[in-house]
Design a protein around this ligand. Structure first.
Ligand code: SF4
Ligand code: SF4
Length: 338
């Protein structure tokens, strides 16, 4: 059974309400282009009753060269490929109406961005259209050769995360299956040398996902990278709905213990333009429309999204997939996105 069938269907706004809402929205955007994102979001909500996403995740590619144990990438039933250029520019162009300091554009979802042949064109386009927003991506750095490093450092990218989940080959290769620790570490060290030689404003973050078997390497990791990058981040390993890898154990209860902020703040698009509910919805468990024919903000303020937000507020997500199997609200995983 299609899980989307259990969720509220996507119905357009009633015509009169929609026209009024669109008019107020158009007036608002005409009066306040760009600027401070927080002010934009507050005014938008006040004038239109609608939400603005604070972060947009684009699945620029869903191809990957790894088989990390906490990631359901191999379980994807969706077609593999890269986001078409026209789709990418449509989304970015629509974001230009409400961007501002505080909006973040992430160029990754279920895939490795360095496998995307259009990555550097996308970075340049996004920073041209959204000069006040932060453009970022996460990478496993396995393909970070000197040429890629050079192109990243010459690009207007704001920040990058290198996902390296250990300070030894044994630990790293257990978690990031299919990748070679020595090669990845060498790639990052060469990148940091190049950055040191060139200078520049790119913010570099080393990120380690922590489970029971690698947490003893946190001090060595800090020692190794702490003085060489701008930030070192440790995140508890999570369940990704189906992986059974959560540091917290990942058992689900019958009572919804927490609320999740993702449907209120984040908007994600799969490579084909379908809207994803959240970072964990890896295989399109819930139908929220496609941005090819519909405006981004209309999708984000659709009745389907509103129903999920209402259920989240009231802690009654038992009938909402994939939230009803999510260890973040029915278990004890920490927040996926804050
Ligand atoms: S976590 Fe990232 S690098 Fe690892 S398999 Fe998933 S998409 Fe690929
Ligand atoms: S509760 Fe879980 S599945 Fe639902 S939106 Fe949040 S992270 Fe996604």
């Amino acid at each position: 059974m299609n899980p989307a069938a259990t969720n509220p269907s996507l119905q357009p706004f009633p015509a009169r309400r929609r026209t009024f809402r669109d008019l107020r929205s158009a007036l608002y955007f005409a009066a306040l282009p760009g600027g401070n994102y927080l002010i934009n979001a507050l005014w938008h909500q006040r004038l239109t009753g609608g939400y603005l996403p604070r972060a947009i995740y684009l699945e620029t590619t869903n191809c990957c060269n790894a088989r990390c144990i906490m990631c359901p990438h191999e379980k994807l039933t969706r077609p593999r490929g890269h986001m078409p250029w026209e789709l990418f520019t449509k989304i970015v162009d629509e974001c230009a109406a409400f961007e501002g300091r505080g909006l973040k554009l992430f160029l990754h979802k279920d895939g490795e961005p360095l496998m995307d042949p259009l990555l550097f064109d996308r970075i340049r386009y996004a920073k041209t259209k959204l000069p006040r927003s932060r453009v970022h991506f996460n990478t496993n750095a396995a393909l970070l050769d000197e040429d890629q490093a050079d192109r990243i450092l010459q690009s207007p990218l704001d920040s990058i995360v290198f996902s390296v989940d250990g300070a030894s080959a044994e630990t790293y290769e257990r978690i990031r299956a299919g990748l070679d620790y020595a090669a990845v570490r060498g790639n990052i060290e060469r990148f940091l040398e190049l950055r040191r030689a060139r200078g520049g404003r790119l913010h570099v973050i080393m990120q380690m996902v922590v489970d029971r078997d690698n947490r003893h390497e946190i001090p060595a990791y800090t020692q190794l990278w702490g003085a060489r990058v701008d930030e070192v981040v440790f995140k508890p390993m999570h369940n990704f709905l189906v992986q059974g890898t959560a540091l917290s154990g990942g058992d689900l209860g019958t009572k919804q213990g927490k609320r999740c902020s993702m449907p209120f703040q984040v908007m994600l698009f799969y490579a084909n333009g379908d809207v994803a509910l959240c970072c964990w919805d890896y295989d399109h468990a819930v139908a929220l429309g496609n941005v090819k024919e519909t405006r981004l903000l209309e999708l984000y303020n659709s009745p389907a999204f509103a129903a999920i937000r209402a259920a989240m507020r009231d802690k009654r997500c038992h009938g909402i997939k994939p939230c009803n199997v999510c260890s973040q609200i029915f278990g004890h995983d920490g927040p996926m996105w804050t």
